[in-house]
Design a protein around this ligand. Structure first.
Ligand code: ZN
Length: 154
């Protein structure tokens, strides 16, 4: 296990489209373990592989519902809307108000290449949208309604 350096939005790689994972080997498992440790070390609730410099379609998310690892995730359903504050480990100290779906279903593969499907509401739905956007080089600041001052964040 090991902490990886989180890239900031000044890095060109954060704006690139990531490639699908093809090998479900121990290198992938090590990367996933490192990503979870790095996310927890930074007090985040989500991290995409591109944020640690790996341009592959890999996401980890941790909410009250548990820890999720998504390989090659695709959003298959979304419904409703929610508005609220959103931040990103690659934009430390910044927050913005965004509009996201209230409910999102994601199809993906797990670390062994097995198909999984997860439906999430509220924070989990928002995190899934945010992290999957990273895989296409999109940051929340690309779709923010307005940036917030620290005292406006709940
Ligand atoms: Zn982010």
């Amino acid at each position: 296990m090991g902490l990886r350096k989180i890239l900031t939005d000044k890095e060109p790689s954060l704006h690139k489209v990531c490639r699908p994972v093809e090998k479900f080997d121990h290198r992938l498992h090590k990367l996933l373990d490192d990503m979870v440790e790095t996310m927890r070390g930074a007090n985040g609730c989500g991290l995409a592989a591109v944020q640690v410099g790996v341009l592959r379609r890999i996401v980890v998310i941790e909410t009250e519902e548990g820890l999720f690892e998504f390989i090659n995730p695709v959003i298959t359903r979304k419904s409703g809307t929610q508005e609220g504050a959103e931040g990103c480990l690659s934009l430390p100290g910044k927050w913005g108000k965004t509009k996201r779906p209230k409910c999102v279903t994601v199809e993906a593969l797990d670390r062994h290449g097995n198909k999984i499907e997860v439906t999430g509401f509220d924070l989990l739905a928002k995190a899934m949208c945010h992290e999957i956007d990273h895989l296409d080089g999109i940051l929340y600041t690309d779709k923010v309604i307005k940036m917030l001052e620290a005292d406006e964040v709940e």
